[in-house]
Design a protein around this ligand. Structure first.
Ligand code: EPU
Length: 421
C-alpha cells in the first residue's frame, strides 16, 4: 500500500488546473444506461471510483471504454439488472444505477450499501421516491429489489429527510422519472451543481425536465432517450481543497478550469478569514499575506457550505489564531479527521455535531491515518504547513477522489511524494 509523504513549510505558488467532478461523472455514467445508444462523457477524472463505475457498467452488460478523460458507454439492448455486492461495497455511488435500471428494465437488484466511516448512510429516500412511481421494494439477502409489477406512473414526491435534501436520491428518482409516463414532481430536490449537470445531460438525451437547479423539479416522462455527448463540470470540492491549501500556506495560487460560480460560500468564508480572492469566469486566484481570522462554518446542502470541504476548513482553522466553530449538519459523525489533526498538534474539541477549533501557531508533522476521502485531503494540506514530515497512510482514499494530487501540489512548490509502505 502507498503512503503520501509531505514535508511541510512551502508557500504554494503557481497555477493549478481542476479536473472534472467525480460526483457529477458517476451519476451521469449511470444515466447513460437509460438509452441503448452510445453516450460519450469528456472531462472525466481518472480516479478509482470512476474505474469502479466502469466495472459495474460492464457487469451490467454495457460496453465501456475510458481513454484520456473520455468515457464511452454503449449500453445496448441486453442489460442485466443485478449490481453485485463486490462492486457496491467498494463504492456507495453504485446505488445510482437503481433508477436507470428500473426505468429501462422494470427491475433492479442492487446490493445494499452499508454504513461508512462518515456515518450511517441510509437509502430510504431513494426507495421512497421509486416506490412513489409505483415500484415494489423488497430487501432480501442484503440486496434491495426494486420491481415495476405494472407500468410505472409519474407522481408527486417529497424528497426531504432529517438532514435535508439528498443528492443521489434526487439523481435516482430523476433518472427513473424521465422514462416514466406522466408527470413527476420532486419537491425538496437537491440543488447541487452535480444534479444540474445530470439534468442537462438528461435533457440532451431527450428528457423533459423543468426547474433545473431548484428544489422543485417537474419531469414529463418520455418513451425513449438517445445517446449524447457531454462535458463534465469542474470539481468544486477539488477547487475548494486547493483554495484552502493556498490560504493555509500563505500562498499565491491561480486556479484554472474551475467554476467560481460554484464556490460562492467558500469564497465568502475565505474572504472573511482575510484571504484575497480574485475571480474570472473560469479562474480563481487565492492570495494571502495577512494573518488569518477565525470564521464559523455550518455545513448545509448547496448553496450552503459543503460537507465535503468541512475537514479541509478545519485544517485551515487549526492554524488560524482565535477560536472557530465548525458545525456538521449533513453527517453529524463526520469527524474522524479530528483525532488525526490533533496528533499533528491541532486543538480541536468535539461538542456533539460541532467542533470547537482553537487555532495553534504551528502544526507538527506526524504519521497519520486517512479515514475517508475528504479527511485525507485535510491531512495532506495540514502536512503542507506542519513542521517536519507528515506520512498520510491509507492513500487509497485519496485515489478515489483527487486526480494527480502529488503532481498538482508539487507543481505549486509543495514537497510531496508517494512512497511504498
Ligand atoms: N440521507 C437519508 N436518506 C437517504 C439518503 C440520504 O437520510 O435515502 C441523508 C444522509 O444520511 C445525509 C443526507 O441525507 O445525512 C445527505 O446525503 P446525500 O444523500 O445527499 O449524500 P449522497 O448523495 O449519498 C453525495 C456525495 C457525497 C457528499 C454528499 C453530500 C456522491 C457520489 N457523493 O452523497 O460525497 O458528501 O452527497 O453532499 O455524489 C465525497 O465525495 O467524499 C462524498 C462523500
Amino acid at each position: 500500500m502507498d503512503k503520501i509523504v509531505v514535508e511541510g513549510g512551502s508557500r504554494l505558488k503557481g497555477d493549478v488546473w481542476i479536473s472534472g467532478a467525480k460526483n457529477s461523472a458517476l451519476p451521469m455514467m449511470a444515466a447513460a444506461l437509460l438509452s441503448e445508444k452510445e453516450s460519450v462523457l469528456s472531462n472525466v477524472p481518472d480516479l478509482r471510483d470512476i474505474h469502479t463505475m466502469i466495472k459495474l457498467l460492464r457487469a451490467l452488460g454495457a460496453k465501456v471504454s475510458f481513454e484520456e478523460g473520455v468515457v464511452t458507454i454503449k449500453p445496448g439492448r441486453n442489460l442485466k439488472s443485478v449490481a453485485p455486492y463486490k462492486l457496491v461495497s467498494t463504492m456507495r455511488a453504485s446505488v445510482c444505477v437503481l433508477g436507470p435500471l428500473l426505468a429501462r428494465l422494470g427491475r433492479a437488484e442492487v446490493s445494499l450499501p452499508g454504513g461508512c466511516v462518515i456515518g450511517p448512510r441510509p437509502i430510504d429516500l431513494h426507495l421512497k421516491g421509486l416506490a412513489a412511481l409505483g415500484a415494489k421494494i423488497e430487501i432480501k439477502h442484503g440486496y434491495v429489489l426494486v420491481k415495476a409489477l405494472k407500468k410505472l406512473k409519474g407522481s408527486d414526491i417529497y424528497l426531504g429527510g432529517s438532514f435535508g435534501s439528498s443528492v443521489l436520491a434526487t439523481a435516482n428518482v430523476l433518472m427513473a422519472a424521465v422514462l416514466t409516463s406522466g408527470k413527476t414532481i420532486i419537491e425538496n430536490a437537491a440543488c447541487e451543481p452535480e444534479i444540474v449537470d445530470l439534468t442537462q445531460f438528461l435533457v440532451k438525451m431527450g428528457a423533459r425536465i423543468q426547474g433545473e437547479g431548484s428544489p422543485h423539479l417537474e419531469i414529463e416522462g418520455v418513451k425513449k432517450l438517445s445517446g449524447v455527448e457531454h462535458t463534465v463540470i469542474p470539481d468544486r470540492i477539488e477547487t475548494g481543497t486547493y483554495m484552502f491549501a493556498a490560504a493555509m500556506s500563505a500562498g499565491d495560487v491561480f486556479i484554472k478550469k474551475c467554476n467560481p460560480g460554484h464556490q460562492n460560500v467558500v469564497i465568502d468564508k475565505l474572504r472573511q478569514a482575510g484571504v484575497r480572492i480574485d475571480k474570472t469566469k473560469s479562474t480563481i486566484r487565492v492570495r494571502r499575506r495577512a494573518k488569518l481570522k477565525p470564521v464559523d462554518v455550518t455545513t448545509l446542502p448547496y448553496p450552503g457550505f459543503p460537507t465535503d470541504l468541512q475537514a479541509q476548513m478545519m485544517a485551515l482553522m487549526s492554524v488560524t489564531p482565535g477560536i472557530s466553530v465548525i458545525t456538521e449538519k449533513i453527517y453529524p459523525d463526520r469527524f474522524m479527521h479530528v483525532s488525526e489533526l490533533n496528533r499533528m498538534g491541532s486543538q480541536v474539541f468535539l461538542e456533539g455535531p460541532s467542533a470547537i477549533v482553537h487555532g495553534v501557531k504551528k502544526l507538527s508533522g506526524a504519521p497519520v491515518m486517512a479515514s475517508d476521502l475528504r479527511a485525507s485531503a485535510a491531512l495532506v494540506i495540514a502536512g503542507l504547513v506542519a513542521e517536519g514530515k507528515t506520512d498520510v497512510h491509507r492513500v487509497y482514499h485519496l485515489d478515489r477522489g483527487y486526480e494527480l494530487l502529488e503532481k498538482k501540489f508539487s507543481s505549486l512548490g509543495a514537497v510531496i511524494r508517494r512512497e511504498k509502505e
